[in-house]
Design a protein around this ligand. Structure first.
Ligand code: APR
Ligand code: PHB
Length: 389
């Protein structure tokens, strides 16, 4: 088989790139290790920057999102029992959109399938060959048979545990990592959200987040120990702990119910450099991870896709390689800013096991400064709604 761009990974990064390139007449094949149902069973964050929404529109897959999403003009921050709002609209003129990542992925699959896009599921043993030469190819196994795809470029959209990043020789690759000493226990419940905006809550018992998917589907998280397992937490224990971490007024309004999903995610910051090796480009989680505080996971993937998409269009339609040559530099410049923001929000709002009394006072002072200072709020708001591409 031959294609122009072989895309490894059928998560949101790979699917969005495939759909955008298809719209410009550039042929792709997507190789996915799992089944479509498995990919759609993964629950991820649900806050989208306007930049991401615009890419979905450009890809022609925003119809359902535009109809069903919720526009959020601000968010709430609390520390212990005190809360204040950050008004994105007033501070930046922009907003974010709440629409689940699972729904984004579902819409992208529907669009690719409607256009007979080539997505090959349940592939095994993907190997990328000759990425540093002129004629790369990808081999894989499907149903016990070996296949080969010849291509011009390979997009490594295969997430943190994929093969693409590992294909870049260790001597050329540098990885930066910070692992946080706690996780997030998250539940999904068919209950109305406690508030119309998200609440990021810092408390002496640890962090908590009140989020949502729609009017009758809420997503809540609490900071937990890395040694906890979801089975250690009954629904009742979860609700009890959540109520103790959010402002009293919100705790009184909170509607509880059975969880329909419960899981623990560790928190990590990670970046690999460079994001390009010859004709191989890394995108999304394959190249970087952020802790979820600030919801930048999918949004950082989106800016990579933006830069790569434009670079490939420039290559094929304008015969100009400037965009692909500068891909890594451009993508990383924005990624590091999102890494800083996610690290900062995590540090500001969580309790760390080794925090001294001094550290706690500094943290409290920083939250108070944010509460009282418009410039500090603007910094948060500009980063939260998304820095320009
Ligand atoms: N071969 C083929 N497919 C693979 C391989 C492989 N060797 N390894 C991983 N994959 C697939 C995974 O099964 C997954 O469906 O690549 C896909 C990667 O998807 P994601 O992990 O969702 O990563 P990405 O598309 O970059 O999305 C970034 O989604 O994962 C969240 O937190 C992340 O919000 C961020 C966004
Ligand atoms: C979510 O809705 O799952 C969510 C929202 C905001 C975050 C993280 C997760 O910062």
């Amino acid at each position: 088989m031959r294609t122009q761009v072989a895309i490894i990974g059928g998560g949101p990064s790979g699917l969005l790139l495939s759909q955008l390139l298809h719209k410009r007449g550039i042929d792709t094949v997507v190789l996915e290790r799992k089944t479509k149902d498995y990919v759609l069973s993964r629950i991820r964050a649900g806050v989208l920057e306007v930049g991401f929404v615009n890419l979905m529109r450009e890809a022609g897959v925003a119809e359902r999102m535009d109809e069903e999403c919720f526009v959020h003009d601000g968010t709430v921050i609390s520390r212990d029992n005190e809360q204040f709002g950050i008004n994105f609209k007033e501070l930046t003129g922009s907003h974010v959109v709440v629409y689940g990542q699972t729904e984004v992925t579902r819409d992208l699959y529907a669009a690719r399938e409607a256009m007979d896009g080539k997505i090959i599921y349940e592939v095994e043993g993907v190997v990328i060959h000759g990425a540093d030469g002129d004629a790369p190819c990808v081999t894989y196994e499907k149903d016990g048979t070996e296949h080969r795809i010849d291509c011009d470029f390979v997009a490594g959209c295969d997430g943190f545990h994929g093969v693409s990043r590992q294909t870049i020789p260790l001597t050329l690759r540098k990885e930066y990592e910070k692992v946080y000493p706690f996780g997030w226990l998250g539940i999904l419940s068919e209950t109305p959200p406690v508030h119309e905006e998200l609440i990021y809550a810092s408390s002496e018992r640890g962090f908590a987040l009140c989020s949502m998917r729609n009017e009758n589907l809420s997503r809540y998280y609490i900071q937990c120990s890395l040694s906890d397992s979801p089975d250690d937490w009954t629904d009742a224990a979860f609700w009890e702990e959540l109520k103790r971490r959010i402002p009293e007024e919100a705790a009184e309004r909170l509607v509880t119910g059975p969880s329909i999903e419960k899981s623990i995610a560790p928190l990590r910051s990670f970046v690999t450099e460079p994001m390009r090796w010859g004709r191989l480009f890394l995108c999304g989680d394959a190249a970087h991870i952020v802790p979820p505080t600030g919801a930048k996971g999918l949004n950082t993937a989106a800016s990579d896709i933006h830069y790569l998409y434009h670079g490939l269009v420039q290559h094929y339609l304008d015969k100009d390689d400037e965009g692909i040559e500068r891909y890594s530099e451009r993508a990383l410049a924005r990624i590091w800013k999102a890494e800083r923001f996610s690290w900062w929000m995590t540090t500001l709002l969580h309790r760390f096991p080794d925090q001294s009394e001094f550290d706690l006072r500094i943290q409290a002072a920083e939250v108070a400064f944010l509460r009282d200072n418009r410039a500090a709020q603007t910094v948060l708001a500009e980063n939260y709604v998304g820095l320009p591409y």
